[in-house]
Ligand binder design. Structure first.
Ligand code: HAM
Length: 422
């Protein structure tokens, strides 16, 4: 019998859990600074919730089975359908816009590779009930401020942004027919993951017209929004979409994150439900998979809950972020050790040690002591390896010495003074 977990699953020993707690702690902190409120849903849902709208790729990766009540169910591979279901069910009662975040563990039967496991924790930040582009800017700013909080800068991480409405209008203007959009999009999504030659052939096959395929390529590969905007005669739809997108970029500037952002029409996102702005965050060196991805999905609540409500959001996984922080020397751990280690130099004082530990704990601090008799120097070593921040050495009288293990400083006071100072 193997001693390890299933392929693609992780054991979290305390050190690893302390790293995960650091990653998720930053997520919570920044989401709350932007006034998002935390929610959660069930890890098991009906299979149908995902087969309806998520798209082929994710449905092919489902952990699904028939339960003992003959229901077709699946472990959640993403949070968005659950969120759409929950918000649609109480749409009238909720204050709008809904600004919610969640940190679910998700399950996808993926081919194991760098940055991709079969379970991961994913921050989800979503805004529901707001159609305007201010919400799109606010959302992307959350993802970028999280990067900043980890100590990363715009030279380390780039946000690549696009808009499906703009892309649709541009493709139509380039001569792509409505029924050709599907395969054209699928080929765009694979750009960068397969040779350009292969993508070109797919575009040619989809459109059946060499001129259209060339115009299409020139448009998609244009990374300068200003130049694209200056192209004459592209029709009213393109013009409207350009205006909106231009406003989006201006708002990102106002929020202080514009320098992180690149215009990139090749970002279309694999999931089927996106309808407007779409974005992904990548490390600038291109070593890692996407850190985060999201966008606007204005039709999903209608499809899942019969409620018409615009929505947008993103998901950010703990796996790629962890790899990136480790590679850049920026990984931190939340503290594992106790605040205080209680020690004494005499066996007779064990009950006193235990009483002091109780009082420290009652005052809201964590305390540990040796469960078996040890010399004082041994207790100091154990305290240090446990990661305790300070050692309280008790004596037969009321005096205690408090030793700081980080800087070696020591202070002497009475037990009552110590407890009062906690
Ligand atoms: P997604 O692009 O499928 O979007 O996933 C978002 C992020 O989750 C990815 O960029 C990546 O960091 C992480 N991730 C995804 N799959 C794995 C995996 N197998 N192993 C490790 N990390 C992974 C969504 O899931 C959308 N529901 C996000 C969203 C929320 N859109 C709107 N609201």
């Amino acid at each position: 019998m193997s001693r390890g977990p299933l392929p693609g699953f992780r054991d979290f020993y305390p050190e690893q859990l302390a790293e995960r707690a650091y990653i998720t702690g930053v997520w919570r902190d920044i989401a709350r600074r932007f006034a998002f409120v935390e929610y959660d849903g069930p890890p098991l849902e009906t299979l149908e919730l995902y087969t309806r709208k998520s798209g082929e790729e994710i449905v092919g990766q489902l952990y699904n089975f028939t339960d003992k009540g003959d229901r077709e169910v699946a472990l959640r591979p993403e949070m968005t359908p659950t969120l759409a279901r929950m918000v649609a069910a109480k749409a009238n009662a909720l204050r709008k816009p809904v600004r919610w975040f969640s940190i679910p563990q998700l399950f996808r039967y993926e081919r194991q590779q760098k940055g991709r496991l079969r379970e991961h924790f994913q921050l989800n930040v979503d805004i529901l009930g707001e159609p305007g582009v201010t919400a799109d800017a606010e959302l992307l700013a959350v993802a970028i401020e999280i990067m900043r909080a980890y100590g990363l800068g715009p030279k380390d991480v780039r946000a690549r942004v696009s808009d499906r409405r703009l892309l649709n209008a541009l493709l139509t203007s380039a001569g792509v027919k409505a029924d050709q959009l599907g395969p054209v999009y699928a080929a765009i999504d694979k750009l960068g993951r397969e040779p350009l030659e292969v993508t070109r052939e797919k575009w040619l096959k989809a459109t059946g017209d060499e001129d259209v395929a060339i115009r299409l390529e020139q448009t998609i590969l244009q990374k300068d929004f200003g130049k694209l905007r200056a192209t004459p005669e592209m029709g009213a739809d393109v013009h409207t979409a350009m205006e909106e997108f231009g406003k989006y970029l201006e708002l990102l500037d106002a929020l202080g994150v514009r320098e992180w952002v690149d215009f990139d029409l090749s970002i279309v996102r694999g999931l089927a439900y996106y309808t407007g702005t779409v974005f992904e965050l990548f490390d600038a060196s291109g070593e890692f998979r996407a850190i985060c991805g999201g966008g606007r999905y204005d039709d999903l609540l209608d499809a899942i809950g019969g409620v018409s409500m615009p929505a947008l959001g993103f998901g950010m996984g703990d796996v790629v972020i962890g790899e990136l922080l480790r590679a850049r020397g920026l990984m931190r751990r939340n503290e594992i050790g106790p605040d205080y280690w209680i020690a004494s130099d005499s066996e007779k004082l064990l009950s006193k040690v235990m009483q002091v530990a109780s009082r420290v704990r009652a005052a809201g601090k964590s305390a540990e002591y040796s469960l078996r008799l040890q010399t004082l120097s041994r207790q100091m070593k154990t305290a240090s390896s446990a990661g305790a921040r300070e050692v309280i050495i008790v004596a037969a009288d009321e005096a205690v010495a408090v030793k700081n293990l980080a800087d070696g400083s020591e202070k002497r006071l009475t037990l009552n003074e110590l407890i009062a100072s906690l």
